[in-house]
Design a protein around this ligand. Structure first.
Ligand code: NAD
Length: 491
């Protein structure tokens, strides 16, 4: 058999792809099969330096002063172009992540398009704060705050929803007039690179969007966050990495936006509509093989309906179809890598040694048909655990959840809030007043009632505690990606 030429995924600097001069790089692996789909050119310090320098030049030589209307028009053209190249984005995302093609078509790529359109609207409509100041002695002054771009923003994103999470930052940052150096996850380099092509096609000036590939420590991630030419860092990833990045940025006192991990709770009351709640809970636990920061890993259920909810969730877990990502009927893909699967398997073992009863799953499925080399794991539900167990306290980031009974509303709130994380929670009840009351008492950035992952891009998104610093979305994104200068004019 003829050997296929290696397909390279390259760095993108100052409007051009950088050809690898040697074979320095790493493999891009399809986690469904374990097969190498491409080689990725790892950016060394010189490439990162060039990317930051290009971004600095681009922002100061025009992009920051480009009229907002032109910048937001460009975002809309980018959305249109992604729509035209929809199937390419879907294919690239599926090859990198192993996620089901149906999900990439319905969630990942449409949300990327929506991110560009929504932030074009939000930024085009944004006003500026102004105050008429009356000093009491007859003098008056006009204060107004002018919002300027931060400058060069480092965008560092994870592998779970690569394009969705990237464009969620790229769209508002560009609309606000910043230039970017983007570092996608080493596991999922393809769509950030494809986006470089699209942004060039719609006329983004050279140097405004740059992509550097690599890892974290002693690689492109750290070269970027420690770079003196960076004016701010927006980071999505684990809490441990976030804490590390914060230290590396601290000496130069740059603003950071951190969207980090979660150990999210669902609280299910016994007045709920069981079918509606079960469908929602199953989505919250198993979407993207549990690899969404918002996924539920703790389900607190009122004791009177505990057995029914547990049985209903087991039924839904067993209906999930694990299989080839390109098969239209597949609902559930693999985990992102063998390394991550080992982490999840360690938690499965820990749960059992902690006395958990495995209601369903608990191991590695045998799927055959070329999928044996993939990072597959069974959707898993446990009972018999409490908040004292590590598996109920630490983020696992897999298709797993612990079901825990409660008796009173007060107890449910205390259990849900008994965590160092604070990203998201959902409350399931048919009692309107209880829904509001409990949601308001959740110590999280986002609380849902009778739904999960329903997003309005104008609303604030982010977490408290170990789940992050700051908010993005709507006005919050504008605040992060700009710096105000207040002008005070005595009248
Ligand atoms: P990760 O922290 O390992 O990596 C995230 C990114 O940071 C990657 O691009 C990685 O290469 C880079 N990185 C790693 N070390 C670095 C360093 N020292 N300096 C600079 N960059 C570095 O996270 P992951 O495993 O890719 O993603 C999963 C995590 O992301 C989970 O904890 C999940 O909850 C979290 N997440 C949070 C949100 C949110 O919005 N809150 C969304 C999605 C994922």
């Amino acid at each position: 058999m003829m050997e296929q030429p290696t397909r390279w995924i390259r760095n993108f600097v100052d409007g051009r792809f950088v050809d690898p001069v040697d074979s320095a790089g790493f493999d891009d692996i399809d986690p469904a099969t374990g097969v190498v789909v491409a080689r990725v050119h790892e950016a060394d310090r010189t490439i990162v330096d060039r990317a930051v320098a290009a971004a600095r030049r681009a922002v100061h030589e025009g992009w920051a002063d480009t009229p907002v209307r032109d910048r937001t028009d460009l975002l809309r053209r980018a959305a249109d172009r992604i729509e035209q190249r929809f199937d390419e984005f879907v294919a690239a995302e599926v090859a990198d992540t192993g996620k089901p093609i149906a999900q990439a078509r319905q969630l990942d790529v449409p949300r990327a398009i929506a991110n560009f359109r929504a932030f074009a609207d939000i930024v085009a409509a944004a006003g500026q704060e102004s105050f008429l100041t009356e000093l009491g002695d007859g003098r008056r002054a006009l204060n107004y705050a002018l919002r300027k771009p931060l400058g060069v923003v480092a965008v560092i994103v994870p592998w779970n929803l690569p394009l969705l999470l990237l464009t969620w930052k790229v769209a508002p940052a560009l609309a606000c007039g910043n230039a970017l150096v983007v570092k996608p996850s080493e596991e999922t380099p393809a769509t950030a690179t494809l986006l470089a092509e699209v942004l060039g096609e719609v006329g983004l000036p050279d140097g405004v969007y740059n992509v550097v590939h690599g890892f974290g420590s002693d690689s492109a991630g750290e070269f970027l966050t420690t770079h003196p030419g960076i004016d701010g860092v927006t980071f999505t990833g684990s809490s441990t990495t976030g804490s590390h990045v914060m230290k590396t940025v601290a000496p130069r006192v740059r603003p950071v936006s951190f969207e980090l991990g979660g150990k999210n709770a669902a609280v299910v009351f016994d007045d709920v509509d069981p079918a509606e709640a079960l469908d929602g809970l199953a989505r919250a636990i198993f979407t993207n093989t549990g690899q969404v920061c918002l996924c539920t890993e703790r389900v607190y259920v009122q004791r009177t309906i505990f057995d029914d909810i547990a049985a209903g969730l087991v039924e839904r877990a067993q209906q999930l179809r694990l299989g080839r990502p390109l098969d239209e009927s597949t609902t559930t893909g693999p985990l992102i890598s063998q390394e991550h699967r080992q982490k999840v398997r360690d938690y499965l073992d820990l749960a059992e040694s902690s006395g958990a009863k495995v209601l369903t799953g608990g191991g590695v499925p045998e799927l055959g048909a070329g999928l044996d080399g993939g990072a597959w794991i069974e959707p898993t539900l446990w009972t018999g655990l409490t908040n004292a167990h590590r598996v109920v306290r630490e983020e696992i980031f897999g298709p797993v959840a612990a079901l825990i009974p409660f008796d009173t509303e007060q107890e449910a709130v205390a259990l849900a809030n008994d965590t160092e994380y604070g990203l998201a929670a959902s409350v399931w009840t048919n009692d309107l007043r209880r829904g509001h009351r409990v949601a308001q008492r959740m110590n999280v950035g986002m609380a849902w009632v009778n739904t999960w992952f329903l997003r309005d891009l104008r609303s604030p998104f982010g977490g408290m505690g170990l789940s992050g610093i700051g908010r993005e979305g709507g006005e919050s994104s504008l605040h992060f990606y700009t710096e105000p200068t207040n002008v005070c004019v005595q009248l």
